[in-house]
Design a protein around this ligand. Structure first.
Ligand code: 1HE
Length: 258
């Protein structure tokens, strides 16, 4: 796959997608968002997990502000809906995505990061939603996805005051679930993606497509949907094989850490 502002590389069952516009801090131009869409549509069949990271000093500086210029309200709404479509395709696509974050993860960059299923942050990562200071509002799904990670109150604080979260604060608040030393993010992301790629497909499907929906449901409907998903997953031959492997002492036990 050949792109202007992205690079896609395959490493066996893992795809590695690099935002590759470092001279503009990987700011998301319209063409770059279109390329992300095209890349998602062309993920090779055997790829079972994706790592998303950024070239240069930062993960992503958000919307390309040079393209914001003279949009009408209607054009702005359509533009935002375009991001929603592509970002939904990441969150509810075929393969789980691990985002590896470093440097700035700001504005649309945080919106992009929050579509991923796991976030690994390097020391030195910082998070902000400067839309508040730029006189605009988020438009790439942040008001839906970011409160689910850190709560609406923290997101509102970021936008009201321009508050910047450090890597450590982001980890404590829930923006990332892994915090690693600077320069170690990609290796950690690939390690996690390999682990994810080794899961049964039905389990990954349930985690990507059922869990976030169940989490939004009331108890009755949520529990019913859980039962449906559980019944489907456990009836897969892959699940039966894995259970048999454990019972016949061929599978690893859960081990205490350290
Ligand atoms: C950009 C952008 C951009 C950098 N659009 N060109 N996002 C923001 O408000 C964040 C704006 N960016 C920054 O605060 C800083 O650039 C960074 C903290 C990300 C990086 O700082 P630094 O010192 O490494 O780089 P720089 O010198 O500021 O930028 C290098 C070049 O990238 C420079 O261009 P040049 O031609 O002068 O070399 C910058 O203009 C350019 N650049 N960020 C366009 N974002 C769907 S709604 C989503 C709404 C949003 O995302 S709003 C938040 C936008």
């Amino acid at each position: 796959m050949k792109f202007e502002s992205l690079q896609f590389k395959r490493q066996g069952a893992i795809g590695v997608l690099l935002l590759d516009r470092p001279q503009k801090r990987n700011a998301l131009s319209d063409s770059m968002v279109e390329e992300i869409d095209a890349c998602l549509g062309a993920i090779p069949e055997g790829v079972r997990a994706l790592v998303l990271h950024g070239a240069g000093k930062h993960f992503c500086a958000g919307l390309d502000l040079a393209e914001l210029s003279n949009r009408s309200a209607a054009q702005g709404m359509l533009h935002s809906r375009g991001w929603h479509r592509v970002f939904d395709r990441i969150q509810f696509g075929r393969v789980p995505v691990v985002a590896v974050l470093h440097g700035a993860v700001v504005g649309g960059g945080l919106e992009l990061a929050s579509t991923a299923h796991l976030r690994v942050a390097e020391a030195g990562t910082f998070y902000a939603l400067p839309e508040g200071q730029r006189g605009i509002f988020v438009g790439g799904g942040a008001s839906v996805r970011v409160p689910r990670l850190i709560g609406a109150a923290r997101m509102a604080d970021m936008m009201f005051t321009g508050r910047v979260y450090s890597a450590e604060e982001g980890q404590a608040a829930g923006l990332s679930t892994y915090l690693v030393p600077a320069g170690k993010g990609l290796a950690k992301g690939i390690e996690l993606a390999k682990r994810i790629a080794g899961n049964a497909p039905a389990t990954n499907f349930a985690l990507m497509h059922a869990l976030p929906r169940i989490a939004e449901l009331g108890q009755d409907a949520g529990l019913l949907m859980e039962s449906l998903m559980a019944g489907i997953a456990q009836s897969e031959p892959e699940a039966k094989r894995r259970m048999k492997d454990f019972l016949e002492k061929r599978a690893a036990k859960v081990k205490r850490r350290g």
